[in-house]
Design a protein. Structure first.
Length: 101
């Protein structure tokens, strides 16, 4: 199945402690059905000091389920994603506006 949300997409959180927040997807794990969004679902992780990095309490964005995210259209509203053929290419489009993404 084709990916509805991809790395670099701007999304809005639909449910959970970060409901209503917006961010950009930094990585997607289709097998697990999760994505990491910059600045969303942040947890504090304790890291040990190493030769290359400072140790301490570091904030880290944790994965969030894809079903809790919605793509943002040009107007800044949440939209669902559809697929259609334009010529011989399959493209994603926003269902609210009908524009290709």
């Amino acid at each position: 199945m084709a990916a509805k949300l991809k790395k670099g997409d701007t999304v809005i959180v639909l449910t959970g402690k970060d409901k209503g927040k917006k961010g950009e997807i930094t990585s997607v794990s289709p097998k697990d059905g999760k994505a990491v969004v910059e600045g969303i679902n942040v947890a504090i992780r304790h890291t040990k000091q190493s030769a290359g990095a400072q140790g301490g309490r570091m904030p880290k964005a944790m994965p969030i389920d894809l079903s809790n995210l919605a793509l943002m259209d040009k107007e800044g509203k949440a939209t669902r994603v559809g697929f259609r053929m334009e010529g011989d290419k399959k493209v994603r489009f926003a269902k609210t506006t009908g524009e290709a993404i």
